[in-house]
Write a protein that binds this ligand. Structure first.
Ligand SMILES: O=C(O)[C@H]1O[C@H](OP(=O)(O)OP(=O)(O)OC[C@H]2O[C@@H](n3ccc(=O)[nH]c3=O)[C@H](O)[C@@H]2O)[C@H](O)[C@@H](O)[C@@H]1O
Length: 295
């Protein structure tokens, strides 16, 4: 008898295809297939043992494009996934975000920090949507005993990312390859801590298989300003490319850095790929898809 586990992943088109395709890739030796459930805000009738609820889009451009759908995905979509977990008694992992900390008054951010979030801003559909989804996860755990896992993901980059995703990593790398100016949004001193996607996928799998419900921060504590990130991409990919300063969008958090003490203690997880290793890996993938070989 074929005892190979068969895994199916479901995603709406309005979802985080980057994580889904990365997870499918990391499990390709155990028979994974991807399917699309077009309306995350409608119930999904499948038989599964574990649910990775990765929705909604994480790129600010995409989640702001249809903010009502973003919040529906976070609230109604999470209720549907929790209903599925309840019917099947399945374990469910939800990918929350560093954005639950908003404009953080604590640095670096620990899981015990409750955040400083604008409830009525243009990013609120995402920030507050993810916060509500975390609340739903814990209410289903307390009320129905559902086995939950919550990851708070800090900025992720890497292979298979949508080239036109709009986030800083994909923008800078595509711009450097195309020899277009790297667009540093003002003031450029805002910081992010970027984690390579293979590290993140390992962290998610370890969280799912572990015993702690979370929330657990998953991210790389290496912190850079956006000007420093642009310089690193310039140095590694295209020393001739220009760096330009452009307007920013409202409520951009000025700093973000995960405290990953809990991930280390509870999961034995920490990232392995640093920025200077990750950028060339992503560059290879982007060059192949853009059809621009190294010269
Ligand atoms: O990548 C992620 O995982 C994160 O992406 C977004 O958060 P954000 O940090 O705002 O993502 P970006 O759009 O990549 O912006 C990061 C920083 O780069 C800057 N940026 C962005 C794009 C660009 O071309 N140039 C540039 O300087 C932005 O102003 C911001 O300060 C999501 O909102 C997060 O929840 C998610 O965790």
């Amino acid at each position: 008898m074929d005892r190979t586990p068969k895994i199916r992943t479901y995603s709406s088109w309005y979802s985080t295809l980057f994580f889904m395709s990365s997870m499918v890739h990391s499990c390709s030796n155990i028979g994974v297939s991807a399917m699309y459930h077009t309306y995350i805000s409608r119930p999904l009738f499948v038989e599964v043992d574990q649910i990775y609820h990765l929705a909604c889009p994480a790129s600010p451009i995409f989640y702001k494009y249809n903010s009502v759908k973003t919040i529906k995905t976070n609230v109604i979509g999470t209720l549907n996934m929790l209903g599925l977990a309840k019917r099947l008694r399945a374990r469910i992992l939800f990918t929350s975000t560093s954005e639950v900390y908003g404009d953080p008054l604590e640095h670096p951010q620990k899981e015990t920090y409750w955040g400083n979030v604008n409830p009525i801003g243009v990013r609120s559909c995402y920030d507050e949507g993810k916060r509500m989804a975390e609340t739903l996860m814990f209410d289903y755990y307390r009320q129905y005993g559902i086995e939950i896992r919550i990851a708070r993901i800090f900025n992720t980059y890497g292979q298979r990312m949508n080239i036109d995703d709009g986030r800083v990593g994909s923008n800078f790398i595509a711009q450097a390859i195309r020899n277009e100016p790297l667009t540093v949004q003002l003031p450029g001193t805002q910081t992010r801590s970027v984690c390579y996607v293979s590290d993140l996928v390992d962290g998610l799998n370890q969280l799912m298989e572990g015993t702690d419900a979370g929330p657990i921060n998953l991210g790389n504590p290496g912190e850079f300003t956006m000007k420093e990130l642009a310089k690193a991409v310039q140095e590694l990919i295209n020393p001739e490319v220009q760096i330009s300063e452009v307007e920013n969008t409202p409520d951009d958090p000025p700093q973000r850095k995960p405290d990953i003490t809990k991930a280390k203690e509870v999961l034995g997880w920490e990232p392995k790929v640093n920025l200077h290793e990750g950028i060339p890996l992503m560059e290879d993938d982007f060059r192949q898809r853009l059809g621009v070989p190294r010269t």
